[in-house]
Write a protein that binds this ligand. Structure first.
Ligand SMILES: [Zn+2]
Length: 379
């Protein structure tokens, strides 16, 4: 039995975007979708009940961080990550590859794996395809990610080529080391930077290994937005139509819409939760920095057009006050609103695909929101 399956419901006549459904051992979710990030087995400040109330059906968690704290053995002893954190819907775990390459500056890459230092205490660590699979098997996530190298942007063609080849060899080792293929689905990660030939090579290597889904990695690492869109344009057609496609580390509203238009089904990013803790909100009229002084006496909601419980019950003035005073409740309110905003946006995208009008939806959304060029790094 394959634990992860994808059902293509229809494609949008205006753009070619896909409306689909992914089935996992912990329920199904409709795509395109956005996955809130719960780095340390919690989406910062949100309870699982709150996540459910905003219709989040899959969240992401981090192999590297959970390996260090509390340790995968403790989570396995608790009965797996779902039980440990009281979340009975789908969970995707990354492989730790991105954190090794983004959090640690002392790293040494070998064929066997990567030597690097713990970002908390400087202790020497080693992560390999086998170790990344062992940790994710212990966590029991529904979707696991292969251990890959995420090269920086820009990287030379020659460097990228040898990196892509190593990532393909590592992907094969991940498949061999994966101990629970009946209950956990392993996704391959297509790399290759902005080089079409290397994306083609990477996709062809990984598709021949027949993963139940594919991620597009190495984007949202500092490249301009048009480069990301271009890479997506030539990469998604290389992936099988009957498997889900996941664009890693992307969460700004315009990038979600642009990604969906290019055939992406799944997205994740810390952006909505991280900016929320800075007092920045996503609204239908663009970003709103609620901590600004001009909102001190503004008794309107964060977003007049939002139907979330925060916008129904709390004012900009109150939320600004809480955030200025570092009150946890303020961060909870902005986080809830931002996640609700993105999940609602994806619902609107799915409805637009259903009605063959995603091109029109994009035009009106972009006009009201204002084009957002930010490319935050995920971690
Ligand atoms: Zn709201």
């Amino acid at each position: 039995m394959i634990p992860i399956t994808y059902e293509l419901i229809k494609t949008d006549k205006q753009t070619g975007a896909r409306l689909g459904r992914v089935h996992t051992p912990h329920g199904s979710f409709d795509t395109p979708t956005f996955m809130p990030v719960g780095t340390l087995a919690t989406v910062k400040t949100m309870s699982p009940e709150e996540l459910s109330s905003m219709q989040a059906n899959i969240i992401l968690s981090n192999t590297y961080h959970l390996w260090l704290r509390p340790g995968e053995d403790i989570i396995e002893e608790a009965g797996g990550l779902h039980k440990f954190m009281n979340w009975d819907k789908a969970i995707l775990t990354d492989s730790g590859g991105f954190q090794v390459f983004s959090l640690s500056d002392m790293r040494q890459i070998e064929e066997k794996g990567v030597h690097f230092r713990n970002h908390l205490n400087g202790e020497k660590l080693f992560l390999s395809p086998e170790k990344a699979m062992h940790i994710q098997n212990a966590l029991g996530s529904d979707i696991m990610m292969a251990f890959d190298e995420c090269p920086p942007y820009p990287a030379t063609y020659d460097y990228m080529k040898s990196s892509v080849e190593r990532t393909s060899r590592w992907a094969e080792r991940c498949l061999e080391a994966h101990k629970r293929p009946e209950t956990q689905g392993l996704f391959g990660i297509v790399q290759g930077g902005e080089y079409e030939e290397l994306r083609r090579q990477s996709a062809s290597d990984l598709v021949s290994l027949d993963f139940p889904g594919y991620a597009i990695g190495g984007l949202s690492v500092g490249e301009p937005k048009d480069v990301m869109n271009q890479v997506l344009e030539f990469t998604t057609p290389l992936l099988p139509a009957n498997k889900p496609r996941y664009l890693m580390g992307v969460g700004s509203p315009d990038a979600l819409i642009d990604g969906a238009i290019r055939g992406v089904d799944m997205f994740d990013c810390v952006l909505p939760t991280r900016i929320a803790r800075n007092g920045t909100c996503m609204t239908s009229n663009g970003r709103l920095v609620v901590r600004n002084a001009k909102y001190a006496r503004d008794f309107s909601p964060i977003d007049e057009n939002c139907d979330c419980h925060v916008c129904k019950n709390y004012t900009r003035a109150y939320i600004r006050h809480l955030i200025k005073c570092n009150e946890t409740f303020g961060f909870r309110l902005t986080t809830y609103h931002n996640l609700h905003f993105l999940l609602k946006l994806m619902e609107q995208v799915r409805t637009a695909i259903k009605e063959d009008r995603l091109g029109d939806f994009k035009e009106s959304f972009f006009e009201q929101y204002g084009l957002n060029q930010e490319n935050p790094k995920n971690f």
